[in-house]
Design a protein. Sequence first.
Lengths: 561, 298
Amino acid sequence: MRKQSTPRSDTSRSGDHALAQQTRTRRLSGSGRQRFRRRRGNALRAGLAVVAGRTAGALSRRLHLGGGTSIAGIVAQQMYPGIISHLATQLAHGSVIVTGTNGKTTTSGFIASIMRNEGMTVWHNKEGSNLMRGVASSLVIHSMPNGRLRRASSAISILEIDEATLPNIVQAITPRVVVFTNLFRDQLDRYGEVESVAAYWRRAINTLPDSSTLVLNADDPTTATIGENFGGKVLYFGVDDLSLNLPEQNTENKRHQVMDTRTCPRCGHDYVYDARFYSHMGHYHCPNCGLKRPQPDVRVVQMHTDSFDQQSIKIIMGSGPASEEHELTVPLPGLYNVYNAMAAITAAHALDVSWEPIVQGIQNSKPVFGRGESLETNGKFIRLLLAKNPTGFNEVMRTLFYDGDNKHVLFVLNDNIADGQDISWIWDVDFEQAVGKTRTLITAGTRALDLALRFKYAGVEQDKIIVVPPAPLKAENVEARARGRALNRVRRKREAAAQTHEPDGGQALSYGLKQALDLALDQTPAGETLFVIPTYTALLEIHRDLEQRGVAPHYWEGKDA
Amino acid sequence: MTQDSVKPFTLTLGHLYPEQLNLYGDRGNIMTLRRRCQQRGIALRVVGLGIGDALAPDEYDMLFIGGGQDKEQAPVAQDLYEMKGIGLWAAIEDDMPVLAVCGGYQLLSHYYRPAEGPDMRGLGVIDAWTIHKGSHVARCIGNVAITWNGMTLVGFENHGGRTYLGSAKPLGKVLKGYGNNAEDHTEGAIYRNTFGTYLHGSLLPKNPHFADYLISLAIQRKYGQELLDTTDSDMGESNGTVHSQISNSVAVASTQTDETLEILAPLDDTLEWEAHASMLERLGLYSAANAVLRRSKD
C-alpha cells in the first residue's frame, strides 16, 4: 500500500483512503478475477483487523486499563472501516437493534436471554459500548483471524445502540428488528432536545428496507409516531391496565410533572390523556386532529407487584380470535422494567419465537450491570439502581419508596460528559418523594452539594443530609466549614458510637466516593439493604470500587466477553 | 414591634408558560423563591399563566419566564405578543421584578433570528436581539460564572443564539463561560427591574443573594410606598379592587418601619454558598470562591 504525502497526524486515514482508491480502480476494470481478489483482499483486511483489535483488547484488559470493551473496535475500525458490515452479514439470524432513552440495556438483556433459550448463539455488545466502536468490538472479539465470525451459523447479534448513533449503525447493518423503548429528555447538552433525537430516528428509519420490523412503544407519543411513513411491519407494545393510572394531582404538581412530549406532532395541539402511567407514557389522543395511541399488538392487561423485584403480569398478544393470553413474572423492580420486558417480548414475537422460550428468557434473566443489581457484603445488601435522567430518577424513586419502610440511600450525582454536564434537571425530579422515607441519606459525586441543596429544598432537614463532596474546597476556611457540618458530624459520631464501630477518621469530614460508600455501609445495619442510586459514570466508579473490594464481579466477567 | 407583624406580607408570582417553557430546571427557581419567602413568613402564591391566559399586571408582584424547546417556543412567542404583551409591558414599566431565563430572555428582546426561516418577533422591552449563526457555529454550552453587583452568579448555559445588547445594560461581566455572545464578555441584560439571563442550573438555588434581591424588590414595590403613607385610603383608587383585598391583610404590616423592609431576615445559606463556591473553584476562580465563603460567614 503506497502512502500519499499527507500530514503525519492523519497517516492511517490516508492509508485507508489510498486503499479505497485502489479498490475503486479495480472495480472499474470489472473483471471477475479482480472482483474475487478484492473479496479476498477484504477477507484479509478483516482478518488483520480482527487480530489487531483482539490483541489491543487483550492488552488493555491485561494491563488493567479497563474492560477492553471498545478499544478492540477502535483498532479494528482503523484497520478496516467496513469491518462492522463485513462481520454482521455473516450472522445467520441477523441483528436486532435496541435504542431509546431508558431501558436499552435491560431490554437487550431480556432479548438476549430469550434468544439463548431459543437455542441461538447471542453476540451482544456490552454495557457502555453502544456507539459504533462498541458494536465493532462486540463483533471483533467473537471473530477468528480469517475474518469469519465464530459460530455464525447459529448466531444473532443483539445490539444496544445510543440514540444518536442509530443513523450510522443502520448504514452498516441491516437489522431484522429495531426496538425503540421510549424517548425522554436526557442530557440536553449532549443530545439536544427530544425533538432532535426523534429527527435522528426518523432519518434512520427512512433508510431501512421494508424487510425490517419496527417495535415501538405505543404509550410514548413520540416513539409511537416515528414509524408513520415506514413501509415495513410495525409492532406496538403498551399497557392496558388502567389501575396503574397515576392519581390526579393538584394542578401545580401536575404542571411540574416531567413530561417531555405534550403536543401532537401533526397539528401542535396539546394531547389529552385518558390515563397516564408515568411521565408522558399513557393513553393519549389529540382532540384536534384525532391522532391517538395505536392499539398495541402486545399489551399488559394486568400488573401486580409481588415484591420489590417481582412483578406478575398478564399479557395479551395479537388481537381477535388469534390472540393469546399469557402470564409471567418480571424479575426486576418497577413498571419501567415491565415496559422493558414487553419491548423484548414484542421483539421476540417479531422474530417468530414461541412463548416457551420467551417466558423462560424473561423469568430467568438476571439484572444487568447496575440496573437493579444486588450484591452482598458482610451480611449487608447493596442494591444498585442506575438513574440518568429526570424520568429515570422519578421511576427509580417511586419503585424504591413504594412501601412505607424507610430506606438507607446513597445518591451519587456526577456531571461528567457521559452523564451530561448540565444538572438543572435535578430540580425537575420529585425528590419530595424521599422526604421522611430515608433512615440514611447521603449525597456524593461531583455535584454532591447541588444534590444536597435539592434535598434541602425538597424539605429534608439539613442535618439529615450527609454531604460527601469529591474534595474539600480549596478556598475554604476550616472553621466555617466545620460549623456548617457540625450537626452531621455529631450525628455521625453518635451513630457510630451506638454501633460500637468507629469509622475511619471519624473526626474528619468525608470526601470522595470511596468514603461515601464506606459511610453508607457503616450506616446500614447487618441484614439490611443499602440502595445506591448513581448516575452513569458514578455507577462505573462505584462498580469499580465494589469490584476492588471483591463484592461485585468484574464487569467483563459473567457477561459474554 | 413583634415578629408576627411581618407575616401578613403576601406576594403573587406569575409563572409564564410553565408547561411550554420548563426545559432547564426552571422549577428550581420557583421553589427557591417560594421557600425563601416562606421562611420569612411571606406568603408567596404562584400562578401559572399558560397559552391563552391574559396577563393583568396588577394581579402580580413578580414574574418568571423560563426556556423551552424550539418547537414550543414559536406558539409561545405569538401568545406572548398577542395575549400578554401589553400587560407585561405595563408591569415592566411599572418596575415589577421580572426574571427571564434563556428562551424567556430572548422573547423579551427585539427578535430571534434563526439560522433558517423568518425572524421570531420578541416583545422588545429589552433592547437586545439574538442571532443564530447556523449549525456550523458551536452552541454556547457549559458552566458559567459572572460578576453581579460586586458579587458573583453561577449557573449553566446552553444556547445556540448569540445575543447582542443595544442600550440595555448587561446583568454582569463574564468571568468564565460564554455569556450573551461569547464575544463581548457581557451576560444577560437589565431593564428597570427586568433581568434577562442565560444562566440556568437552576439559577436561584445556588445564588440566594439574587433570589433575595428579587424578593426584596417585590416587597418594596408592593409595600414600600404604602408603608410610608400614614393612611392607605388614597392608594385604593390606583390599585383598584386588588388593593382592597390586600389591604386587610397588611393592616398590621403597615406599622412597619422602612428599615425592616430593606433587609430580609438572613437565612442559613451555608449549603447554598458552599455549592456556589465549589462551582467557582471548578471554574478556577479561587479568589472569588474565597470571597463568597468569607462573606457567607458574616
